[in-house]
Design a protein around this ligand. Structure first.
Ligand code: SAH
Length: 346
């Protein structure tokens, strides 16, 4: 579908000011409008009651107002986690998750429609990649959930569908807008971006002067094993990925979080725990162990709980900080592309 006009919600405060000034509007109008969109989370121009009606009409003609339509909202009876399936303007779907933690609300958002990366255990990649999300589409996932829940968001993780560093420009713009004081003003320290390990982009991100957390999807301690699970491992070696992570840490001072999905019989043995210790021992990092969430298209099985704990203990004995990811929303398929995939199949 061709878009009518420009995406007004993807303008930074400076860009919006330039846009409106070019129409002969005073600078403060841009500030008011930005606030309506990104702080008050207005759902359209009509809500912007302190702006002249003529300006609102002009904007409606020239811009489109990104908003997402929730098609499905599932609420977990176990922990209140809410999973959203949103329809985009062009008819594609993305999913997002709202999670309640003791320290506040955390949201998980998607960065692309589908994914090119092809990780073997992941549902988001099964039907390939469609397109990148715009900054406004990433922001609006958060805004729509905040509106629906009537609560503030304190943490944002970019761990939904897609490879965020494969949508680099939009991602960085999104983060700057999300953490801007004229918008939701979320602390950069409360933003996490998860990547399967795109080495040049990790290095580029390190230069952005952002203090966000980088989560690296490691999932295997050797190149050989990693290649079995993640095609990206054929492009970049573990040594290259580790160097990029080291660089990120040195530049930003932010500790890397390594994600490790435990797959029974594949990467969860004593041997792999030992190899993982050799790989990351002594580094300033954190390991997040995630018992793999089985998807029906693959025959991967999740590691049993006692073995998960054994793996974790072995890391801890070697002074590696490790946690087991809490499973939230397990009754609503709240993980990794499953809802979108189901929706496409019916
Ligand atoms: N493309 C990015 C972010 C999206 S995936 C990345 O690769 O990091 C977010 C995390 O969920 C990644 O660590 C990914 O490997 C993991 N993941 C995907 N499918 C999973 C599954 N079925 N079970 C457990 N973790 C999964």
């Amino acid at each position: 579908m061709a878009e009518n006009g420009k995406d007004i919600k993807s303008f930074t405060p400076e860009e919006l000011k330039k846009e409106l000034e070019a129409k002969g509007e005073k600078g403060f109008r841009a500030k008011q409008m930005y606030e309506w969109m990104h702080k008050k989370l207005a759902t359209g121009f009509d809500e912007m009651t302190n702006l002249p009606a003529s300006l609102r009409e002009k904007c409606k003609e020239e811009y489109y107002y990104a908003d997402l339509e929730p098609v499905t909202v599932l609420t977990s009876k176990l922990d209140g986690t809410r999973k959203y399936l949103f329809r985009l303007r062009d008819g594609h779907f993305v999913e997002s998750v709202w999670m309640k933690y003791h320290h506040g609300n955390s949201v998980c958002i998607s960065s692309q429609v589908g994914c090119k990366m092809g990780c073997r255990f992941c549902a988001s990649t099964l039907d390939g990649w469609e397109r990148n999300l715009t900054p406004s589409e990433m922001l609006e996932q958060i805004y729509a959930m905040a509106r629906d829940n009537g609560e503030r968001v304190s943490n944002v993780v970019v761990m939904g569908t897609g490879e965020p560093l494969d949508n680099y420009e939009n991602l960085v713009k999104f983060i700057r807008m999300l953490t801007n004081e004229e918008g939701l003003n979320i602390s950069q320290r409360n933003v996490t971006v998860s990547t399967c390990g795109l080495v040049p982009e990790i290095r580029r991100l390190a230069e952005e002067d952002l203090s966000i957390t980088l989560a690296l999807s490691l999932h295997a301690p050797t190149d050989e094993k990693r290649k079995e699970l993640m095609p990206i491992a054929k492009r970049y070696t573990l040594a290259e990925v580790m160097d990029a992570c080291e660089y990120y840490f040195n530049k930003t001072g932010r500790r890397i979080s390594f994600e490790y999905a435990l797959v029974a019989g594949v990467n969860d043995n004593e041997e792999e725990a030992g190899q993982l210790i050799s790989l990351i021992g002594g580094k300033n990092c954190h390991v997040n162990l995630i018992p793999v969430n089985p998807i029906k298209e693959r025959d991967y099985v999740s590691t049993a709980q006692d073995k998960v704990l054994k793996f974790k203990n072995k890391l801890e004995k070697n002074h590696i900080n490790a946690t087991v990811r809490r499973t939230l929303g397990s009754d609503i398929n709240a993980s990794c592309g499953q809802l979108r995939k189901q929706h496409m199949e019916v």
